[in-house]
Design a protein around this ligand. Structure first.
Ligand code: NAD
Length: 473
């Protein structure tokens, strides 16, 4: 914890929860049960490094709530991993799943390593050993606990996990559902990789399409020409930047851990990504200006600020200098409770992590369903829909004597591919969640911010679910 922070990450989550609980009418015992982390598995295991030395690895898996099964949440590889962080992230998963109506309890995992300091072979050994430790303690399985990618992990690690799990559980027909975010060839779903960034875009777009909200912030309705700053050019930051740019916004600055760059005419995330791959740094990108410190990007004049790296990056110290009108929390926990208080005073709208970055878990849910049903989305209806559309179009053309253009024909005829259905399910989820939370916020002038409204929504849903289970009659 820095001197600027009063609370640990888990305490921050608890504090936000308590702030929202006042606006609900549930028994304090129910609220206490919802807040608690049900199971914490802390483990240590040895790994032989490529140089022959033995290193003891510290790792965690936390199951925050089993009010729905399985538990769900990513696995983080970072040297900042600690029990408090994993507990906080697992709690956020419970609330996140409730808000977007994904029927899972919250979970999270973490391995305390900086993946940059390990070879691919070493990372594979660590990931496989971590998976077998989870299997030994019954902490993983399609009906128990289903990990996914998070900071420092991606499709490659998920492929190692499913392979290890399946080899330890021969004959388990639903084994592919033990983890999500897998490559498509290993049972993944099309659209998972970009899901979190796309969800961030859909959520912010919905907020920007609300005339009353935009009026209060002195902003035009819509995304076109909005200026955007993104921190973190990893999975979530890269895709958030991509979808904002494609929708007509200008990504005026990008920050990575080694530095930040700015160009008021807009940056293309793919070109910056390629530049970083080639030179090893985001800095000195042609046409852009380097900023003195990477954190300077957070304080730039812009309409939308997207922190998409790690937690606690906007706190009581730097929040007063933030000039963005909207903050879209793509990362988990990027703004501390102290920062929230500053935003309320300054009239900055902070769109909270616990639903804004739920695109990943939403599409993970689709992937899990695909694994359990053993059939690709669209396989059954694509051809049928195309034949039907062709027939309807033929009838209309015959009756009117007119024909539609080739572009229109292609659009009308198109039967859904897997990725179309996944994106459509995600868009619907993010729009509904944004509207539900806004409705709660606007219905009670005492609710100070959108985060509190999101928590109220989550608490209502989780508490109701406990009551329906009969645990708290
Ligand atoms: P990632 O590892 O793909 O990318 C993170 C990027 O942030 C890296 O490129 C890293 O170099 C950069 N970074 C680290 N410190 C930085 C700093 N101080 N300033 C600027 N950049 C910095 O991770 P990710 O999957 O994109 O996750 C990012 C955040 O989003 C995390 O908080 C994670 O919990 C959250 N999240 C991820 C998903 C998902 O589906 N991957 C889903 C929900 C939430």
């Amino acid at each position: 914890m820095s001197s600027q922070q009063q609370y640990s990450f888990f305490q921050s989550v608890e504090k936000s929860f308590d702030k929202a609980a006042k606006f609900t009418k549930f028994d304090p015992g129910i609220l206490e049960q919802i807040k608690a982390c049900n199971s914490v598995y802390q483990m240590r295991f040895p790994v032989k490094r490529d140089n022959g030395s033995i290193e003891v690895i510290e790792a965690y898996r936390v199951q925050h709530s089993q009010h729905k099964s399985p538990c769900k949440g990513g696995i983080r590889f970072s040297d900042e991993v600690n029990q408090d962080e994993v507990m906080a992230l697992a709690s956020l998963m419970t609330y996140k799943c409730a808000i977007v109506n994904v029927p899972f309890g919250g979970g999270k995992g973490g391995i305390k390593i900086n993946p940059r300091n390990y070879s691919v072979y070493e990372l594979e050994k660590i990931t496989r050993r971590y998976t077998s430790e989870l299997v030994k303690k019954n902490f993983i399985g399609p009906g128990i606990d289903v990990p996914a990618p998070d900071y420092g992990t991606g499709e490659r690690e998920m492929a190692w996990i499913v392979d290890t799990y399946a080899s330890l559980k021969p004959g388990e027909i639903d084994a592919a559902g033990c983890v999500t975010g897998k490559p498509v060839t290993q049972g993944g779903v099309r659209g998972r990789k970009e899901a979190t960034g796309l969800g961030v875009f859909y959520g912010i777009r919905e907020v920007c399409n609300m005339p009353d909200v935009m009026k209060k912030l002195n902003l035009e309705v819509g995304i076109v020409n909005k200026t955007v700053v993104v921190q973190g050019l990893g999975n979530v930051g890269y895709h958030s930047a991509k979808f904002f740019r494609e929708a007509g916004a200008k990504v005026v600055a990008l920050a990575e851990y080694e530095g930040a760059i700015m160009n008021p005419d807009g940056l293309n995330e793919e070109e910056v990504f390629q530049h970083r791959k080639k030179t090893g740094s985001i800095l000195n990108f042609p046409g852009a200006t380097n900023l003195a410190k990477n954190t300077d990007a957070l304080e730039l004049e812009c309409d939308i600020l997207i922190p998409a790296a790690l937690e606690n990056v906007i706190n009581g110290e730097n929040a007063p200098r933030v000039k963005a009108k909207v903050i879209g929390e793509a990362a988990n926990g990027p703004c501390t409770p102290e920062a929230d208080d500053v935003f309320v005073k300054k009239g900055i709208l902070c769109v909270p992590d616990m639903y804004l970055n739920a695109g990943g878990v939403t599409v993970s849910y689709f992937e899990w369903l695909k694994n359990l049903s053993h059939v690709r989305y669209g396989r059954m209806e694509k051809r049928f829909t195309e034949n039907l559309n062709s027939h309807i179009l033929g009838q209309i053309e015959a009756l009117t004597g007119k024909t539609v253009s080739d572009v229109e024909r292609k659009f009308i005829m198109h039967g859904p591919e897997e990725v179309d259905l996944v994106h459509s399910g995600l868009e619907e989820t993010m729009i509904s969640a944004t509207r539900e939370i806004m409705a709660i916020w606007l219905s009670n002038p005492e609710i100070p911010d959108m985060r509190t409204a999101a928590y109220v929504n989550a608490i209502n849903k989780v508490a109701t679910s406990y009551a329906e289970l009969g645990i708290f009659p």
